[in-house]
Design a protein around this ligand. Structure first.
Ligand SMILES: [Zn+2]
Length: 426
């Protein structure tokens, strides 16, 4: 018997079952129209209901009310050894939005992979309005190597929407974008901190865009950071195309953090409820998001960084966030909070160079203030953004080192938005 809906995955699901599921879904979707009989419990609609249609994606057709595992093969010249990337699809019986979730664009960012798995396998397509497409591991090569980057050492999240004839990274970006992302109404791109930094679970969103502000409010009580994004990021490319997108950051790379995963999952469950895609299985105690403007506070000198604060701590202007000490000369300096705020991201204790972005301190903004600003920015915005680059080639290299320059002679240096692409962790 064919499974029309997903079987709830449990922690103990073994490989055999996974393979079985794969085989089921590798065959065309069941011909039996899912839920042809819908009136059993008196849910008889006398008025004509809008009909959900089959979804055509990646050369397959997914019937309403079914779950499918599809495969995306990033275009590349070495096709014979290319590994297809699994794409999970839950296609609801009722019409609704198409929500896309992408994780591990940076191959070492694991928390998002687990969030996508849990969310996708708790969805019941026969209870779903709209469609959820989840790509748990976009950068499969990086994932296998425990690396943030593609195998050509480029950062994929600087090449969207990509080009058909550009660098290898631009081609992979183009393939993902045109085959999957272009179908989405909404996109949540899942990340963690990078380069030995950790982030409080948070959304990064362009709060100058009223649609994005409204979307960010659907995640319940999650912290939202204003971040316009930088060119080449998936979220930036998608928003410019009218696909309403945010990045979700949770935790750090190369680790699985149950708390961060649970928090992110809960936020996405809340999102599904607020988009009216399904009923939520649990509820927030604090349903309102908290908006922040934030800046990175940098080390003024190189040395051993030792923090004196924790993620989510409230800090006061003038408070010591951490110290940087030269282990040879025994000279050191403190990194000081330049204003009152909250620790939203921070480096783990490590050896740093001068200019290293060490603490991300956020300042709360009221929802009214955020909405007013978005309205204003949206009015001011001249339409017509530059089109896609002809060929990004090698000109768009973003090397993963940080080389910021202190802006003044005090102990701290503050970055102005838009942020340095080397230091944004998404
Ligand atoms: Zn990332």
């Amino acid at each position: 018997m064919l499974a029309a809906g997903p079987v709830l995955a449990t922690e103990v699901e073994d490989e055999e079952r996974a393979v079985e599921r794969q085989q089921e879904t590798d065959h065309p979707a069941p011909t039996k129209p899912a839920h042809a009989v819908q009136s059993e419990d008196g849910d008889v609609a006398s008025e004509p209901q809008p009909q959900q249609t089959a979804l055509a994606l990646l050369n397959r057709t997914v019937e309403p009310g079914s779950f499918a595992t599809l495969h995306w093969t990033p275009d590349q010249s070495f096709a014979s050894i290319a590994t297809p990337v699994p794409v999970l699809v839950a296609h609801g019986t009722k019409p609704g939005p198409l929500l896309c979730l992408t994780a591990a664009i940076h191959g070492d960012e694991l928390n998002g992979i687990e969030m996508v798995r849990r969310l996708m396998y708790e969805l019941e397509p026969d209870q779903l309005a709209g469609t959820v497409i989840g790509v748990p591991i976009v950068n499969l090569d990086g994932f296998r190597n425990g690396s943030r980057y593609l195998s050509d050492r480029r950062d994929l999240n600087r090449y969207f929407p990509g080009t058909r004839k550009g660098s290898a990274a631009a081609r992979v970006a183009h393939s993902l974008y045109s085959n999957i992302v272009s179908h989405c109404d909404y996109l949540v791109d899942l990340h963690t901190g990078s380069q030995k930094r950790v982030n409080l679970p948070q959304l990064r969103a362009d709060l100058d865009n009223p649609d994005v502000v409204a979307f960010a409010k659907h995640f319940g009580g999650m912290t939202v950071l204003h971040s316009p994004g930088v060119a080449g990021m998936l979220r930036d490319a998608a928003v410019k195309d009218g696909i309403i997108s945010v990045t979700m950051e949770a935790g750090g790379p190369n680790r699985l953090e149950p708390q961060a995963v649970n928090y992110g999952l809960q936020a996405m469950e809340t999102l599904l409820e607020n988009l009216k895609m399904r009923k939520a299985s649990r509820f927030w105690s604090a349903p309102q998001p908290v908006f922040f403007e934030s800046e990175w506070i940098r080390a003024a000198q190189g040395g051993i960084l030792l923090s004196e604060v924790k993620l989510n701590d409230k800090v006061k202007k003038g408070e010591i966030l951490g110290t940087v000490t030269d282990p040879i000369s025994n000279t050191g300096s403190a990194i000081i909070a330049p204003y009152d705020g909250r620790v939203l991201g921070m480096a783990v204790n490590q050896v740093v160079h001068a200019g290293f972005a060490a603490f991300r301190i956020g300042e709360v903004k009221s929802t009214e203030e955020v909405e007013a600003q978005a309205e204003k920015a949206s009015k001011e915005k001249t339409q017509g953004h530059p089109g896609p680059e002809e060929d990004s080639g090698d000109s768009n290299e973003a090397e993963p080192h940080s080389a910021g320059h202190p802006r003044d002679s005090s102990n701290v240096a503050v970055v102005d938005a838009p942020e340095d692409p080397d230091d944004t962790t998404e």
